[in-house]
Design a protein around this ligand. Sequence first.
Ligand code: EAX
Length: 325
Amino acid sequence: MKKLLTLFITVTLIGFSGNLMAAINIKLGLVTKPGSAQNVAAEKFKELIEQRSNGNIKVQIFHSASLGNETEILQQVQMNTIQMAIVTGGPFDTFDPMARVINYPFLFKDYEQVDRILDGPLGAELLKSLEGSGFKALCFSENGFRNLTNNKRPVKNPEDIKGLKIRVMASAIHKAIWQTLGANPTPMPWPIYTELEQGVIDGQENPLWVMEVYKFHEIQKYMTLTRHVYSYHIDVASLRWWQTLNADTQKMIQKAMVEAAVYQRKDNRSKNAARLQLLKEKGMQVEENPDVNAFRAKVAGLKDMDVYKDPKVQALLNKILEATK
Ligand code: EAX
C-alpha cells in the first residue's frame, strides 16, 4: 500500500511537472490589422492550439506591425525573439530566393492549381528550403490574387501603366515585374495608406480584401483585375525555437496551423465576390477584363532574368511551370 502510494505520488508529481514544463508562450507577429487575411489565420491558430493544449500553449498575437515590418519580423523569428509569424510571400525572397518562384507572374490559373502545387511536393520543397535561413515553415495561408489599383487613369493594357509610380513589396521579383511592365516601382513596407493618400505613390497592387479592409476605395479611383500574382503567406516558426520542442508539441502546432490555413483560404475565397461588389458600390471604377495576354507577353522573359538565375530556383520554377501548363 505504502509502495503504491509512493508510486501514485511520484506519477502525479511527474505529471504535474510535465505540465509545468509544457507551458509555452508563443509570440506571433503580423503587419496587418484585425480583419485581414493574415489575422484570420492567426486567430484561428490561436483558438485551436489553446483549446487543444488545454491552455498549456498560449499565443499572443502582435498585429499591425507593432513588432516591426515584415522583414524585421522575419529577422526576429530567425533569432527566436518572436516564435511565429504569418508573412506575405514577397519579403521572404530576400532571405531565400526560392520564395520568388510562387510569385512568378501569371503562374497559377485558378485555385485548383494553387492548392495542388502548394499542398503537394513542390510546395513542400519550398517550405523545406527555408530551414536554410532559420525558418521552420509550416504551411501556406493566402493573401489571394493581386490586382492593380491607381489614382491616375483606368488601366486595361500594359501601355496604360507607363510611368505610374507603383508601390511594391520588398521583393526583387515584384520590382522586376513592374519595371518590365513599364511602371516606376517603389519598394515600401506595409502599411501604405498615408503614402497613397498623399500621392507619394500613384498606385499599389493587392488582393481584394486589402482594398476593403484598408478602405483603399477612399483614396484609389481605378482598379484593374490583373490577378498578376497569386500571393501566399508562409506560416513560419523560428527553427531555433522549434528544435527545443518535443515531437508531440511540434505535431500539435503543425496540425493546428495547417487547419487554420485551410480555414482561412476558404474564408478568403468565399468573400471575394461580395468584396468586388462593395468596392464598386463605394465608387471604384473597375476594369474587369484587362488584356491579360498582353500583360503576360510582356513579362514572359522574366524567367530567364537574373532574379531566377540560381539553378535551384530555376529548377523549381521550371517544375511548377510544367505542372501548371
Ligand atoms: O497583406 O505588403 C503587402 O502588399 C501585403 O500584401 C500586405 O501586407 C497585405
